[in-house]
Design a protein around this ligand. Structure first.
Ligand SMILES: [Zn+2]
Length: 189
């Protein structure tokens, strides 16, 4: 006793144990009970989680199993052939390009050639690298519209003469096709 006891720092449950000894409540628990209550996890729109062996998500404010959402599955699916050229989508580069562009790697190369001719390649590369291909598609559409507007002006001024802003009609038509394919892909994503 004496000094050693005085120096000891008592914890709250030590004091309680002493009180219990004094009052004769030997069996009493000295610790306050920590309650473990069932905690419902909170999920918000778009969350995907596992529960009871199923994958769930919240869509339009409703909890539903992912298997019911064909949209998610469709987004992951890749067709057998390129929608632009009909070539089989089977190389690793095709598998990398299709989810981004909606067509095969060979078509991506052709599109990039057309974009270079139209002076749009740098803008495309920049937006692609920063993951904003939808911004680029809008830019591409605006450019096509602008060139088309110019064409109308020239043909009304100069009769039959067609001027597509220094580009061939073929390239403009090709650019329109790329823009449509990209838009379709973004719409499905
Ligand atoms: Zn293709």
């Amino acid at each position: 006793m004496g000094d050693s006891l005085l120096k000891k720092e008592f914890r709250a449950d030590d004091l309680q144990r002493i009180r219990n000894l004094i009052t004769g409540h030997y069996g009493n628990s000295t610790r306050s009970q920590i309650g473990y209550t069932h905690r419902e996890e909170f999920h918000k729109e778009g969350d995907v989680w596992e529960e009871n062996g199923k994958t769930w998500t919240i869509k339009n404010g409703l909890k539903q199993s992912v298997s019911k959402l064909s949209g998610i599955r469709q987004a992951l699916q890749m067709p057998l052939v390129c929608p632009k050229c009909g070539k089989a989508l089977n190389t690793p580069l095709d598998k990398k390009m299709y989810p981004i562009h909606g067509f095969c790697f060979d078509c991506v190369i052709k599109m990039e050639e057309d974009l270079r001719k139209a002076g749009l390649y740098d803008a495309y590369e920049k937006q692609l690298m920063s993951g904003n291909i939808e911004n680029f598609v809008q830019e591409l559409k605006d450019r096509i519209q602008h060139i088309s507007d110019m064409k109308i002006e020239y043909s009304s001024d100069q009769g039959e003469l067609e001027d597509w802003g220094g580009m061939s009609r073929e390239i403009i038509e090709s650019l329109e096709q790329w823009a449509n394919l990209l838009t379709e892909k973004l719409g499905n994503a």
